[in-house]
Design a protein around this ligand. Structure first.
Ligand code: SF4
Length: 298
């Protein structure tokens, strides 16, 4: 998928076709093949289209519609940047998805340290518009050293309440992929614990539910690391069809962290074979969290 922050309207199709020709992105026919393969392999499955931005290219809307026809709107989620959200698009999506997820780390542009300057502005506009259409919204916040202040957390929670957001999803900051150069923003476990306790308290007292990423479960006494790990329950399909067993297993080039996490490549490989291969579980011989194990030796 192409990121709207790095491409303008005039050249997005051209850029996408270049990416397809160079093998970095599946073409439309291949995307439909992958979808058909998924439908053959699972009667029911939840799909989350994320990016870049899965709403950037008109053709990809056909893929989302087809996925909704295959699996039902209740099983389709979108994780988007906010840049492409319009009223017309939301009217199209309303009966095809169960919720739309946006990332918002701060309401203060000066704290937008790891993304483009316009990112939070686009998210704020899109969250307001999507909520006004009564489409369920989850807002994900990546906790980083620079957005843990009570001032930021309180402002965020107030904004979510005012707009009737359903769910606030708190994520760990992983200096992987694009974020590798921001390792200095990674909070300590004590910092995470303190801010999560505060956010959970807000969630208990307020109207917006607060949920935590599974990599916080052990820290917060919810579930041991091994049980919380999603490997085996979730698959990630990258833009070029590469299948990964974990959505965090990326190196600084945005490619699989190592071969242990890479399960195959669609549509050349069949999903049935990937699901039946020993590789899908062999990563479990390493201690959870497996990404932490390889990245940070912990
Ligand atoms: S390896 Fe780590 S990040 Fe990946 S699913 Fe398991 S716990 Fe989550």
């Amino acid at each position: 998928m192409v990121n709207p922050a790095t491409v303008n309207n005039a050249n997005k199709d051209l850029l996408n076709s270049k990416l397809q020709k160079s093998g970095q992105c599946l073409n439309h026919k291949e995307k439909l093949e992958v979808l058909a393969d998924i439908a053959k392999s699972f009667k029911e499955i939840k799909l989350d289209f994320s990016g870049g931005d899965p709403l950037l290219l008109k053709k990809d809307l056909e893929v989302i519609k087809l996925a909704s026809d295959y699996f039902g709107a209740k099983n389709i989620e979108l994780s988007v940047t906010g840049a492409c959200i319009t009223e017309e698009l939301l009217d199209f999506l309303k009966d095809k998805v169960s919720e739309i997820d946006f990332t918002l780390d701060t309401l203060y542009p000066r704290l937008e340290s790891t993304r483009e300057a316009e990112y939070s502005k686009a998210s704020i506009r899109a969250i307001k518009l999507t909520c006004s259409k009564n489409i369920p919204v989850t807002v994900a916040t990546v906790l980083k050293k620079d957005n843990l202040s009570k001032e930021n957390i309180n402002e965020l929670y107030k904004f979510l309440e005012e707009n009737s957001v359903q769910n606030w999803f708190l994520l760990r900051f992983r200096p992987v992929g694009r974020g590798a150069k921001f390792k200095f923003l990674e909070p300590s476990e004590n910092e995470y614990k303190a801010v999560l306790e505060y956010c959970l308290k807000l969630g208990k007292e307020g109207s917006v539910k607060v949920t935590l990423h599974h990599t916080f479960y052990d820290l917060m006494g919810i579930e041991k690391k091994d049980r919380a790990c999603k490997i085996g329950n979730k698959l990630i399909i990258l833009a070029d069809g590469t299948v990964l067993s974990c959505g965090w297993a990326f190196n600084s080039l945005g490619r699989p962290l190592n071969d242990e996490f890479a399960l195959g490549k669609l549509p050349e490989d069949k999903l049935k074979d990937i699901l039946n291969s020993v590789k899908i579980n062999s990563i479990k011989k390493y201690p959870a969290c497996r990404v932490d194990y390889f990245l940070n030796n912990r």
